[in-house]
Design a protein around this ligand. Structure first.
Ligand code: NAP
Ligand code: MN
Length: 267
């Protein structure tokens, strides 16, 4: 029988205002017989306080744990994509934590492998962008097929939940997180008689692998972003990107489906 998840780790910016807000959450958690742990490795519930950016950091800093339930609490004016709770709406939190049979929602993540060695996960997207005022060139492969040679500012490879973030700003489609897939969108590609790219975003099945081979010509390397963090390694030749086996689990609430969030946020 599954034991009750009751070790909570709070992830937040340790400033005065947020610390005060967290204090009341800790009291609430204690009242409901939860343990507050100071080390995320001992947690089975990880709660981020802030916005979507804080949630992305909470997931990254705690190692994309698929044996934990993540929950985002918004301290902004409104709810956001990863924050299903608002800091002022205690009732909703109590309802969720006291409900033994909460439904779990699973968000796909992507796995990026660099030069056949180091790999990392992304919940929103992996972005690759020129770091100087010049274009760079890369060869794009789908599985083993050479698909196109890209020259321009860069590319975004987004998860379904990341489709409403950076990907959307460059006219990518919004994708239902129930579809396990990755979306590839261009950043200002050059299209002429030498360089030709598809031009539109494309969506790959979760079974495919996207490979980006960065051309060393020009001898400057693009910058790689994993959600809201830049990768410190710069001299990269090849990225293999695919859907990962890991999913991020969050609490599924009533009247808060992905499409309700899309409507609430954009329409
Ligand atoms: P940021 O630059 O401070 O915030 C970008 C905005 O995107 C914030 O309003 C953030 O919400 C929101 N956001 C984050 N994830 C989202 C999602 N899945 N769906 C809809 N909106 C989302 O950076 P940040 O707060 O650390 O967030 C990092 C993300 O920003 C990156 O993963 C990337 O997707 C996005 N980004 C977008 C652009 C662009 O659109 N031109 C450029 C760079 C990065 P909160 O205010 O709740 O944090
Ligand atoms: Mn933010």
């Amino acid at each position: 029988m599954a034991e009750r998840r009751n070790n909570i780790y709070f992830f937040y910016k340790r400033d005065e205002k947020t610390s005060a807000q967290v204090k009341s959450l800790i009291d609430l958690a204690n009242e409901h017989e939860f343990n507050i742990v100071n080390d995320y490795r001992n947690a089975n519930i990880i709660v981020s306080i802030g916005g979507d950016g804080a949630f992305l950091q909470a997931v990254r800093k705690t190692g994309f744990r698929d044996d934990c339930l993540y929950a985002g609490i918004s301290t902004h004016n409104s709810l956001s994509f990863y924050c299903d709770f608002h800091i002022d709406d205690i009732d909703k939190m109590i309802e969720a934590i006291t409900n033994e049979r909460v439904e779990v929602r699973k968000y796909p993540t992507i796995q990026v492998t660099i030069d056949n060695s180091t790999s990392f996960y992304c919940l929103n997207e992996c972005s690759i962008r020129s770091s100087i005022i010049k274009t760079f060139v890369m060869d794009v492969f789908i599985d083993e097929l050479h698909f196109e040679t890209f020259r321009g500012d860069g590319m975004i490879v987004a998860t379904p939940t990341g489709s409403t973030a950076y990907n959307k700003s460059v006219n990518g489609a919004v994708v239902d997180p129930l579809l396990p897939c990755i979306q590839v969108s261009e950043l200002a590609s050059i299209n002429n008689n030498h360089y030709r790219t598809l031009g539109s975003s494309f969506i790959l099945s979760g079974k495919r692998k996207l490979t980006l081979k960065i051309s060393p010509e020009g001898n400057h390397y693009p910058i790689i972003g994993m959600d809201n963090e830049a990768l410190s390694i710069r001299h990269i030749e090849k990225l293999d990107i695919s859907l990962s086996d890991k999913v991020i689990k969050t609490v599924k609430l009533k009247d808060n489906s992905f499409w309700q969030k899309v409507k609430r946020t954009f329409l």
